[in-house]
Ligand binder design. Structure first.
Ligand SMILES: Cc1ncc(COP(=O)(O)O)c(C=O)c1O
Length: 418
């Protein structure tokens, strides 16, 4: 039977575990009051005193953007020249890194991820993801009718380079090309940041693998501006100067996270690779996707980012404002990590960033714990291999004692299952 929707689209009700958990938390807060609820579901930054974090520098800069500029289409399908220059400066030049790249503005990091999958792979192909990763990666793959092969993210407490290599080799053998996602730094949902040696081994492997076919390595840097390393993390990008001819790196950059301006829908796809002809082809494909899917990116949003990146005083003010919240995340993480250790509650190796994930291998136990916590008005996101705790949205006062409450609930769940 023919339907209104095509046979090729994903037409099931969207079950987004983050939105679902967040709605539960909001409902409980309305019913029982804020003090009675731990909302660790939202992936957006909330202040300790409550309320979504908004930076003064961002919104006062936005206020100064003229109405006509906000109203206008962007000056180019690939994004305004000022925005593209600002992204390049933000990621590379401001830290003294000279790197040849093409930049296409996208609606958030999501736009960059989706456009990359669409333009690197054909329907029926396979994209490579970490087994523990951001949920919408799967939704994006489905949008493009692409299969998923997962590499194991961890080997104990380390990046599982062996699994990454095996998965890539296997896909290369079947497909003749590879598109692999790496989310670093501050991985969502674990808060892991790869070590220098891990990156070096990964890139040496990618270069070697590219002798068999094209390799597109997507580095999702959504949380780059929340690493404790600060701008020093950017030195990592120097490594992309040594890519083999048949490797293309795509950096997915999210202004949503950098400016905590999620609704502004600004991001970028940054293409790096020695083969200029092939890179230009990819950029052209990405520009066609822009025109045919979203047209142009929020013009006022691009201006705000450009102003912050290019005006020294504004950038300094933004960095100072943000630093307070990088440190606050660290304090929140320390409270939870220390208490988790005290009560022997296992978590994945957390270094930094918005999320900590409880390590629960048994899916039945994990699901039962998720439910039992919900009944106590504690809301987390159920992810592969555990429960994600968004410390970006839990104030310190609510983090104190939380590990113990979780541990007690886990004991109750395990008792019930006996
Ligand atoms: C790992 C990761 N990548 C990309 C994104 C994309 O965010 P946006 O499209 O708002 O820039 C998110 C947002 O939560 C994320 O957590």
């Amino acid at each position: 039977m023919k339907r209104f929707v095509s046979e090729n689209v994903h037409d099931q009700v969207i079950v987004d575990v983050v939105f679902e958990a967040a709605q539960g938390a909001v409902k409980a807060t309305n019913e029982f009051g804020d003090d009675a609820v731990v909302n660790g579901a939202f992936g957006t930054y909330f202040k300790d005193e409550g309320g979504l974090l908004t930076f003064e520098t961002v919104y006062r800069t936005f206020d100064k953007v003229e109405d006509v500029h906000k109203a206008r289409y962007a000056a180019g399908i690939e994004g305004s020249p000022e925005f593209r220059a600002a992204v390049k400066d933000w990621l590379f030049t401001s830290e003294g890194i000279e790197i040849d790249c093409d930049i296409v503005a996208t609606p958030g990091g999501t736009g960059a991820l989706s456009s990359t999958v669409k333009n690197a792979l054909s329907p029926g192909d396979t994209v490579i993801h970490p087994d523990i990763g951001w949920g919408p990666y799967k939704t994006i793959a489905r949008q493009h009718n692409v299969e998923i092969a997962n590499y194991k993210l961890f080997d104990g407490d380390k990046f599982n380079i062996a699994s990454f290599k095996d998965t890539c080799r296997d896909v290369m053998e079947r497909q003749g090309k590879v598109l692999a996602f790496v989310n670093d730094p501050c991985q969502n949902p674990t808060g892991y940041t790869m070590k220098d040696t891990e990156w070096e081994e990964l890139l040496a492997f990618v270069n070697e693998l590219s002798e068999e076919g094209p390799v597109i390595l997507l580095q999702d840097v959504a949380y780059i501006d929340f690493t404790l390393q600060g701008p020093a993390y950017r030195k990592h990008f120097e490594r992309f100067k040594d890519l083999a001819e048949n490797v293309l790196v795509v950096i997915a950059f999210s202004v949503s996270k950098t400016l905590t301006a999620y609704g502004m829908r600004v991001g970028a796809q940054v293409l790096i690779g020695k083969n200029e002809e092939e890179r230009t082809r990819f950029k052209n494909a990405a520009s066609n996707t822009a025109r045919g899917v979203w047209s142009t990116v929020n013009n006022g949003g691009m201006r705000v980012f450009s102003e912050i990146a290019s005006d020294e005083t504004t950038k300094k003010a933004y960095l100072a404002e943000k630093e307070e919240f990088v440190q606050l995340l660290k304090e929140r993480a320390e409270i939870f990590k220390l208490e988790a250790e005290e009560v022997d509650l296992p978590i994945y190796p957390y270094e930094e960033g918005f999320f900590i994930t409880l390590r629960i291998d048994d899916a039945a136990v994990k699901n039962a714990l998720h439910l039992a916590l919900k009944k106590k008005n504690i809301f987390f996101v159920n992810v592969y291999g555990g429960l994600r705790i968004a410390i970006c949205s839990i104030p310190k006062r609510k983090l104190r004692g939380l590990a113990k409450r979780i541990k007690e609930t886990l004991a109750e769940v395990e008792k019930d299952r006996e």
